[in-house]
Design a protein around this ligand. Structure first.
Ligand SMILES: [Zn+2]
Length: 192
């Protein structure tokens, strides 16, 4: 499951566009309007820990620019970032598997429910073939119920499969860039 190969574009990291909130923070800082809850920057030459271009060094704990291969303490940041990427890959693959398992379980239960429609389809046919002497609406009504159950099950199945299709699509199309973007998003979610 664990991949050891790397996308070739990993080594051409470019500085990422600053988001509006980053620019607003920079403006507030410049004009000494920084709100109190903004994290204090220990070293003005280093980026802010939460910035889109920052990585938190695992060795000294300080924020460093994402584009630098080495932290100012000598720690190999590119290696750290690659490790984080591999861990992230493993995590999304695992999450996908868990989702697939949950949905497969629901689908199995749905198929049992679908079996319920069988008597509604089969019994009227038996009735029509062997027991009925005249034309009756009763078997038709039963079959309509059976068809309704089957239709509802087919719709529910389609609905259940949507998240797994979306997840599979994400797994097929993610890049190293996706990882860099998600790093920021997941950190914001954790902070809240
Ligand atoms: Zn460091």
């Amino acid at each position: 499951m664990a991949k050891s190969s790397f996308p070739s574009n990993v080594h051409v990291l470019k500085p990422r566009a600053m988001s509006l909130s980053d620019r607003l923070d920079a403006f507030l800082e410049k004009h000494a309007l920084t709100p109190n809850d903004t994290p204090v920057r220990c070293d003005p030459t280093r980026p802010k820990a939460r910035g889109i271009n920052a990585i938190s060094c695992a060795s000294c704990g300080q924020a460093e620019y994402l584009t630098r291969d080495y932290c100012r303490c000598g720690h190999y940041l590119r290696g750290q970032l690659e490790d984080e990427f591999l861990a992230w890959e493993d995590r999304i693959a695992e999450e996908h598997e868990q989702l697939a398992e949950t949905i497969a379980h629901k689908l199995r239960r749905l198929r049992y429910l679908n079996l319920l429609s069988m008597p509604f389809m089969v019994l009227p046919l038996i009735y029509l073939a062997f027991l009925s002497e005249g034309l009756s609406l009763f078997p038709m009504f039963w079959m309509a119920v059976g068809v309704a159950i089957m239709g509802a099950c087919a719709l529910a199945e389609q609905h259940l499969q949507k998240p797994i299709e979306a997840s599979q699509c994400f797994l097929n199309t993610y890049t190293f860039e996706t990882f860099l973007e998600q790093r920021i998003v997941s950190r914001e979610v954790i902070d809240q």
